[in-house]
Design a protein around this ligand. Sequence first.
Ligand code: HSE
Length: 322
Amino acid sequence: MIRPEGVCVRVPASTANLGPGFDTLGMALSLYSWIGMKASDETVIRLYGSEMEGIPTDKKNLVYQVAQMVFREAGIHLPELEISMYSDIPLTRGLGSSASAIVGALYAANALIGSPLSEARLFDMATAIEDHPDNVGASLFGGLITAIWDGEHADYIRMQPHEDLEVLVVIPEFQLSTSEARKVLPDKISRKDAVYNISRSSLLVAALCQGRLDLISRAMSDRLHQPYRAELVPGMAEILDHAAEHGALGIALSGAGPTLLALAHRRSGRKEELEAYLLNTMKAEGIRASVRWLKPSSEGARLLGSMPSGSLLEMIEGEIHT
Ligand code: HSE
């Protein structure tokens, strides 16, 4: 059953890895993308906001293409779509912008045709497209996700991050693609480093769920990807080593970077100190960057209602950042 009034969905940004949980841990963040989708006589794609520059507005558009995968899977022919999209999630910065577009497209397309596919199936499809389940899992289900992927199916557990956690992201102005940031990683690691990461990743999940905020800083360290990626992000090595001395409960590269993500207690009296430390360290390296305070987002992808009859921007005004 196709909904003639179309659909509008909201999807959160996400951070992946959280330090040691390379390609397995993800957390949704309170920064969002919105996608409206409706069956139409002719494909029209409207993109709003400065984060959408350079994105195709024809059938090469990722949201359009992913929607067609859903229709094929469900055996439905719906080649012409009206799509509107606005995003507050900076592109190619390690905050899951492409994962949010993929999840939003899957979720909206499935809702448009009466939700024949389960969320578990949408997760498998999203992971197959992204190749790792961390960002897409967090965007789809919200909260904190730990997931495994066998190449066909993803298993996951969603957890509620502790309510005292807040997130400070420092977002450099330059972009870094995930593929570039994966090229610097070695193919092999020692057993010692493997044990180092397994132990910290396991401890981190338990600490985040139980509110053992005292353990987060040590549990968030990593030997699998961050030491190799540090050369790609000026200031990163210094920040990973010293952010805890400036009020961070933990610090990590957000996904493949270049954004760095600090966890802090929501009642911390050192928020300004932490912000200044992150910005000044980047500045000393000649990197322009901005900071944003976010919260873990409990909510994942959500159907808001019909495709707006007017502009998408009018509908979401008041919720967007810029
Ligand atoms: N886990 C991935 C990586 C996340 O670190 O390469 C990128 O989206």
